[in-house]
Design a protein around this ligand. Structure first.
Ligand code: AP5
Length: 224
């Protein structure tokens, strides 16, 4: 069952650098809490695959490891959060990534209950290693599990490297993270619903700590 704040909504932001495990943990959390997982990276990659106007704009920017403009991203997320399935809560993965996006998100969720912000912390050398070895399904886009050999076990698609996981592009993504996204730790850490999680542990242990942090943050915010 969903854990809820006083007003019934559970609004979660997964924060962290590229490769920290935001997507992995957002997926698990959303499934357990029956909430929509909203991944801006997935939305953009779907648009690229579908060949839409957004996809055309996004492809070169993503392949180079740069960020799309705040205006575009705020528009996408604003529209998504207004859909009926997100009114009772959501798990955001990959948004916000700049202070401008965070300020816009505060406006979007005004009156919907507090944001729980879970910051997944992983040392840089581990991030580089993880992304260098990551494989995704070229068809459905899911991250390949380490046990998968040959093909995607969900849809049978071919396993490939993400273009933006090349070593040089990962270095660029990490530079952009430090410059544009890391300031969000200061932005959010003054709030009682901010929690830091050690992401350099086996995924199941991180999952348990995500659960504990969410419960703790919800209790704290309900008590205020
Ligand atoms: P996005 O897809 O969001 O990329 P990212 O933030 O760089 O995150 P990743 O997907 O690389 O990593 P993750 O933290 O989700 O880790 P994951 O669980 O996959 O964005 C891509 C691009 O889109 C951006 O560069 C930008 O161009 C654009 N974009 C998106 N949002 C935007 C926005 N708001 N504004 C502007 N532009 C935007 O795990 C990584 C790997 O590690 C996997 O192989 C996984 O199996 C493994 N792993 C996970 N957890 C563990 C663990 N605990 N131990 C060992 N391995 C683990």
């Amino acid at each position: 069952m969903p854990v809820s704040h006083g007003d019934g909504s559970v609004n979660v932001v997964m924060l962290g650098p590229p490769g920290a495990g935001k997507g992995t943990q957002a997926e698990r959390l959303a499934r357990r809490r029956q909430l929509p997982k909203i991944s801006t990276g997935d939305i953009l990659r779907d648009a690229v695959t579908a060949g839409t106007e957004l996809g055309r704009i996004a492809k070169a920017t993503m392949d180079a490891g740069n960020l799309l403009s705040d205006d575009v991203m705020i528009g996408i997320v604003g529209e998504r959060l207004n859909r009926p399935d997100a009114t009772g809560g959501f798990v955001l993965d990959g948004f916000p990534r700049t202070v401008g996006q965070a300020t816009a998100l505060d406006h979007m969720v005004d009156g919907r209950g507090p944001l729980v912000v879970l910051d997944i912390v992983v040392p840089e050398e581990v991030l580089v290693r993880r992304l260098a070895t990551r494989r995704i399904c070229g068809q459905c886009g899911v991250n390949a599990s380490v046990e998968w050999t040959g093909a995607c076990q969900k849809c049978g698609g071919e396993l490939i490297a993400r273009i933006d996981d090349g070593v040089e592009i990962v270095r660029e993504r990490l530079k952009i993270y430090r410059r544009q996204t890391e300031p969000l730790v200061d932005y959010y850490s003054v709030r009682p619903t901010f929690r830091s999680i050690d992401g350099n542990q086996p995924p199941d242990i991180v999952t348990r700590q995500v659960d504990d942090a969410l419960l703790d943050a919800c209790r704290r915010s309900a008590a205020l």
